[in-house]
Design a protein around this ligand. Structure first.
Ligand code: ADP
Ligand code: DP6
Length: 343
């Protein structure tokens, strides 16, 4: 069906940081992961996207952070819009205008918030009103981790076991108000390269070549249960060591991939060391580090330790800036201004 006038909608979501990492796809067509994962949706950072299906357009257009994109990023958005058009029975091309208020393609999960925001905006503009679980499954097809950014707070993406992916979706574990004392100090490091390869491709090299991949898969179910329990009990003394163990396991898989995947800079490694030292001096795990496929480091700690840890990390040469973040809300509709183009 071609519309007679433009249909427009806006949506925004925040990136999430994985406490248990998704790293390996068992079905690339449906983006089904090998393992379940657990994340925190963050506040303050966001992708905001406006989609306009317009009968006057001859092809899809994608503008990100003020730049008209072509090539890979355009193709990913175009493929995603095709799925939405198919669901809605719509033929119009669309213009997509999106902004990330944080670095794109540097390991802060812009693909997660970007595709979750695109899923929300495109379905609404197409007149589809999908329940959150279905929206999460749709977002997963654009970027696996995007399925978790539909929800706020603490989220689990269940791997499911079905070949058709119907039992593979994200679900909220605890909302963003569950643990107000928990903070995430993010160390943004200088010289973090823009990623040339999206995580979804990089992780498949790990599946195929890392001798550590299989043993990690065996460890994960027990670790997920432990992380869920620590979150439920707000048990920081258990959670912080667990997320470091998980991050180290993820990094070992990356480093033993051929060719080796090394996302950290020397400064990132210093930040990890600061956390280990801080815990050693305190005599208890007052903080835990984690990072995704990128050089920036997230340090989870409690509000009362945040200023001290932030000051130590900010004092490192090579740390450009730090953010103090918390668990944040899930995806939300954005009111589109009358002219309907500015995201
Ligand atoms: P990151 O760690 O930021 O997720 P990736 O390299 O895995 O880095 O993914 C970045 C890619 O995600 C971008 O090159 C682009 O293709 C896509 N992306 C990022 N932000 C958006 C957005 N707001 N809307 C649509 N796609 C986006
Ligand atoms: C290390 O689902 O973000 O962040 O869409 O290609 O960017 P792309 O892949 P994505 O991969 C996430 C990998 C991870 C771990 C995680 O977020 O669970």
């Amino acid at each position: 069906m071609r519309g007679s006038s433009p249909r427009v909608a806006g949506y925004e979501t925040s990136p999430n940081i994985a406490l248990i990492k998704y790293w390996g796809i068992r079905d690339p067509r449906l983006n089904l992961p090998f393992n379940s994962s657990v994340s925190v949706t963050l506040d303050r950072l966001r992708s905001r996207t406006v989609v306009r299906f317009d009968p006057k357009l001859s092809a899809d257009r994608f503008r990100l952070n003020g730049t008209e994109l072509s090539g890979g990023p355009w193709e990913d958005v175009h493929r995603f819009l095709d799925r939405v058009r198919e669901l809605a029975g719509l033929e119009d091309a669309a213009s997509v205008v999106s902004t990330n208020n944080f670095q794109t393609a540097s390991g802060l999960a812009s693909s997660a918030s970007g595709f979750a925001a695109l899923a929300g905006a495109a379905t609404r503009a197409a007149g589809l009103d999908l329940p959150p679980r279905r929206l999460s499954q749709l977002a997963r097809l654009g970027s696996g981790s995007a399925c978790r950014s539909i929800f706020g707070g603490f989220v689990e993406w269940e791997r499911g076991t079905r070949a058709d992916g119907r039992d593979c979706y994200a679900r909220p574990l605890f909302d963003e108000h569950h643990w107000p004392e928990l903070v995430d100090v993010v160390a943004i490091v200088d010289g973090a390269p823009t990623k040339a390869v999206r995580s979804a491709s990089a992780m498949q090299a790990s599946v195929e070549t890392s001798p550590e991949f299989a043993s990690r898969q065996r460890e994960l179910p027990a670790r997920i249960v432990a992380v869920r329990r620590a979150l439920r009990r707000r048990d920081w003394a258990r959670l912080f060591p667990l997320i470091m163990e998980e991050c180290d396991s993820f990094r070992r898989v990356c480093e033993t991939t051929t060719p080796s995947l090394d996302y950290l800079t020397a400064t990132s490694r210093e930040v990890l060391e600061v956390v280990r030292e801080t815990n050693a001096i305190a005599g208890e795990p007052v903080a835990g580090y984690t990072h995704d496929a990128g050089a920036h480091v997230h340090i989870f700690t409690l509000r009362r330790h945040a200023a001290g840890i932030r000051a130590r990390v900010a004092g490192l040469r090579g740390v450009a800036t730090t953010h103090l973040l918390h668990a944040g809300p899930g995806g939300r509709t954005v009111r589109v201004p009358a002219r309907g183009t500015v995201a």
